[in-house]
Design a protein around this ligand. Structure first.
Ligand SMILES: [Zn+2]
Length: 158
């Protein structure tokens, strides 16, 4: 019964489902969209978005993408592949955005590293009977008690 229904449907659509277009794309190190879908259209539902984000990711990395169609592999950068689809401009824009983001991230990381390099080294010292973590400021040990900064000359480092 079920088989009959499927057969009838196939005849009606005049097409066999084929592998989704997004599964044609891979990187040299074997990364793909992970697609195993079959569809009668160019893409399985939502897989144009899948391919789009895959190409953006690879493009931002500068990784070449290989498209294999009917056993013929062609290698190109992500935006070249994307240009063959309606969403090509979105991929190009996405790559630019990702690159900008990456540059900003690197800048922030560098700023953070610079701040860290400047931050005084943390030390642990005994003040009276309690032990605190703070830093040295000249001869003073500077530490915090309940959010208030205190400094003292009378302390003992561990
Ligand atoms: Zn797919």
């Amino acid at each position: 019964m079920a088989a009959n229904t499927t057969a009838a449907k196939k005849t009606a659509d005049q097409a066999e489902p084929v592998a989704c277009t997004c599964s044609q794309f891979a990187t040299e190190d074997g990364r793909t969209t992970g697609c195993q879908a079959e569809t009668k259209r160019l893409f399985a539902p939502g897989h144009d978005a899948k391919l789009k984000s895959f190409l953006i990711r690879m493009g931002a990395e500068g990784t070449e993408v290989i498209r294999t169609v009917d056993g013929i592999a062609s290698s190109a950068d992500a935006s070249t592949h994307a240009a063959k689809f309606a969403f090509g401009h979105m991929v190009a824009a996405g790559i630019t955005r990702a690159e900008t983001k990456a540059a900003e991230k690197a800048e922030r990381a560098a700023a953070r590293a610079a701040r860290k390099a400047k931050a005084p080294a943390k030390i642990t010292a005994k003040v009276g009977r309690a032990t605190f973590t703070g830093h040295m400021d000249g001869d003073h040990f500077v530490y915090e008690v309940k959010g208030k900064e205190r400094r003292t000359l009378k302390f003992q480092t561990a």
